[in-house]
Design a protein around this ligand. Structure first.
Ligand code: ADP
Ligand code: ASP
Ligand code: MG
Length: 403
């Protein structure tokens, strides 16, 4: 019998009624003869509320206690969903991440899965049960509860699909699939039937939150077929899979934006070997994810260095830089929260030039100033003012004829 892993996002289990509806959908999959493992997110905006609650206590909670707190959201959802399935006459059992054998590293609030010891899940499947697993969490080798970062339930689902040898991993969400841009910003965005792992990876890491970046990375590595679709209808959704020849024909597959980063500028840094290593070494030491980096031209032996980090890690980043003051001279550090990044992604860029020029032209025509630029083989990103990013997304969506 083939195994399907299904992941339901927070909107699909936001209320008791929706939990019952979701239970029915799971049961219909079981009735078709599949073994079913379900990964579930916290109900509605529970995770936001839990994070908010923490800020009412302190602005610097420890990672360990944050993980204890926010992992509880998924625990509520898994138990209720399992109860709903049981009450409808089908056998189900719920497990936390730890009980499912999801072993992570020790980095609280953004742990990475290192191993899956799925024998307990497999045993319950063998008994014919539907296994409901709390998303976005695991346990470290030190027996501490960890979480995988916002949106991490997608990654739980892919990891389990791989470990259990599932036929596919279905991500059931509140949109019909992957679109050419966030349909909430661009109502005329088009749903894609398929997208390659690499394109999806770039879109996800550029802010398209429909899939957790790490889930796509893992799906690509482990060759897990992903199927993103709505939990509210039976529409066919989007398949994320290995690249095929004709996929290259499209210059730009989609546009993404991310308004959750902040820009840090260190002014008048000495322009000599080893300085960048020191700065970014300190940030890496603190587990801070640095995204874009630019260094200005040197002027009288000093230079300005700018980079972006997640807004949620800004205070920590500034702290790490301040500590360097003893061993390195610089004038000061300035932080800018009002930025956002807009990115265009497509395999076709590998073999075509001119995409960057077209992107800059479209932004210029809207009077949008570009503050930073970075490129990869299949992506171009620009940092702009946060207030202008939605206009930027719309303009680019139009320019690249994605409607
Ligand atoms: P879930 O709770 O099911 O995990 P998320 O809120 O994490 O759902 O992700 C779904 C949301 O992602 C959609 O509601 C949509 O607004 C947003 N999104 C951003 N970019 C895209 C895109 N390119 N295609 C589809 N949805 C997108
Ligand atoms: N509940 C978590 C979040 O909101 C994980 C997830 O939904 O994937 O980030
Ligand atoms: Mg999500």
């Amino acid at each position: 019998m083939s195994l399907i892993v299904q992941k339901y996002g927070g909107t699909s289990v936001a209320t008791p009624e929706l939990i019952k509806r979701t239970a029915l959908r799971i049961i219909s999959m079981k009735k078709k003869g599949h073994d079913v493992v379900v990964v579930v997110s916290a109900m509605g905006d529970t995770t936001d509320q839990l994070f908010n609650l923490a800020t009412k206590i302190t602005d610097r909670p420890s990672g360990r206690e944050l993980d204890m707190l926010v992992s509880s959201g998924e625990r509520i959802a898994m138990a209720l969903l399992s109860m709903a399935i049981n009450s409808m006459g089908f056998a189900a059992i719920s497990f936390t991440g730890s009980q499912s054998g999801i072993v992570t590293d020790t980095v609280h609030t953004k742990a990475r899965i290192k191993d899956i010891r799925s024998h307990r899940v497999q045993e319950e499947l063998n008994k014919g049960k539907i296994v409901v697993i709390a998303g976005f969490q695991g346990v470290s080798p030190e027996h501490e509860v960890t979480t995988l970062g916002r949106g991490g339930s997608d990654t739980t689902a892919v990891a389990l699909a791989y470990a259990l040898g599932a036929e596919r991993c279905e991500i059931l969400t509140d949109v019909d699939g992957i679109y050419t841009a966030d349909p909430r910003i661009v109502p005329r965005a088009r749903k894609l039937d398929v997208i390659s792992y690499d394109e999806m990876l770039e879109l996800a890491s550029s802010g398209a939150r429909v899939l957790h970046t790490r889930s796509v990375e893992m799906a690509k590595q482990c060759k897990v077929l992903l199927h993103v679709r709505s939990s509210f209808n039976q529409n066919p959704g989007t398949i994320v899979k290995e690249e095929e020849k004709q996929m290259e024909e499209l210059l730009v597959r989609g546009i993404a934006y991310d308004d959750s980063e902040a820009k840090v500028t260190i002014r008048e840094v000495p322009d000599r070997p080893g300085v960048a290593a020191k700065i970014f070494g300190a940030l890496a030491q603190a587990n801070i994810n640095v995204d874009m980096i630019i260094q200005n031209v040197s002027d009288s032996g000093t230079t300005d260095m700018s980079f972006t980090v997640p807004e949620s890690e800004l205070l920590q980043a500034l702290g790490s830089i301040e500590k360097l003051k003893n061993e390195m001279e610089f004038k000061d550090v300035v932080a800018d929260n009002d930025i956002a990044k807009v990115s265009v992604v497509g395999l076709g860029m590998r073999s075509h030039s001119g995409v960057a020029a077209q992107m800059f032209q479209a932004l210029a025509e809207k009077g949008i100033n570009i503050e930073m630029i970075s490129t990869s083989e299949i992506k171009i990103s620009c940092v702009v003012r946060k207030s202008e990013v939605e206009d930027a997304v719309k303009a680019l969506h139009k320019t690249f004829e994605l409607e």
